[in-house]
Design a protein around this ligand. Sequence first.
Ligand code: LLP
Length: 416
Amino acid sequence: MDHFSYQNGSLFAEQVACKDIAESFNTPTYVYSRATIERHWKAFDDAAGEHPHLICYAVKANSNLAVLNVMARLGSGFDIVSGGELARVLEAGGDPTKIVFSGVGKTEAEIEYALEVGIKCFNAESEAELYRINQVAESLGKIAPISLRVNPNVDAGTHPYISTGLKENKFGINIDDAVELFKWANQQKHLKVQGVDCHIGSQLTDLSPFLDALDKLIVLIDQLSDSGVTISHLDLGGGLGVTYNDETPPHPSEYMTVLMEKLSHRIDLTILFEPGRAIMANAGILLTKVEFLKKNEDKSFCIVDAAMNDNIRASLYSAWQNIIPVVPRDGEVSNYDVVGPVCETGDFLGKDRELSVEAGDYLAVRSTGAYGFTMSSNYNSRVRAAEIMVDGDTMHLVRQRETIESLWAGESILED
Ligand code: LLP
């Protein structure tokens, strides 16, 4: 459940009218609901009950400082994939000892930075990366806490671009090779083996791949124990899907309950989760204004001021996100492709949408709180959108719209 709803014929974010936000801050603008973020985060945390656990929000879904700060205040952990994300979490008041560092290509500088600030764990993704972490830790005279991301070879049944747990994907270590590598890591003076982790994909709408992966990881943890390698935490990654259209993913509490039930006797293991989308997607919308309506021979276009550079999910993954009027009209509906001003045929936010609209109306693209702003760009030299967080009856500007000058910040021209 989220806190975006129609009240007296107008779309509201909590107690703030979205029309007021659009008029105050212009469009395109992302709007996040604090109450929704908190509700979703707590759904994960509460369902884990008393079992030792840590919800490590996946920063890549939405890394605005205000969003990270809301999580930090809840006591959240964080899953990061770059030095930039690490800096953001610290800037937002996140606790470094609750950060896990994922990603297949950590640089020496990133590893150094993470060791200096004392993160909870490196989720190493290959033998070569593990060697590098060991070397950097040695050069700093530190001990790096590590987990190995294993690839359990399960089919997540999601879009191929966001499926990560199959043998042919670039992620993780083949589960059959894991024991040997763990044994090696266990002997290194500058590594401290702590965990096993996996992440099998994103936008999963079925529990069975998660359960299959969990079964395989439990077998591995027992094999490791027999080989003298003690594992203190199990990180099950993120990946729980959300309802964009007619998907029926399990509720976070159902997902957590089913997984935690399987682990109830493993009190020796702290369980980590890395949800991103399930917390943020439906905690955000993208407000946009209709610039023009245009009719070609057999197609009608609703041309809006947001584009693929603001929200690339439709163009990149053929993703479907609901597009609704901020103040619905009574008039007749027509079928539109909702498109942006970018010079690409692939620049659309939604196709074949039944809308009753006129130029000047505001629309909201729903479920855009995750992988919306964080995947935005300056393509076509478009400034990136403003971001607002609503908290009850108050709207806070949490990222200014970029300025034209910021478009060339850091650039220079040749002197002669
Ligand atoms: N942990 C790791 C190691 C990940 O790679 C990811 C996402 C997550 C956690 C969080 O997954 P989530 O709970 O959000 O599914 N841009 C794509 C999604 C890419 C996800 C990449 N990894 C999209 O817009 O659908």
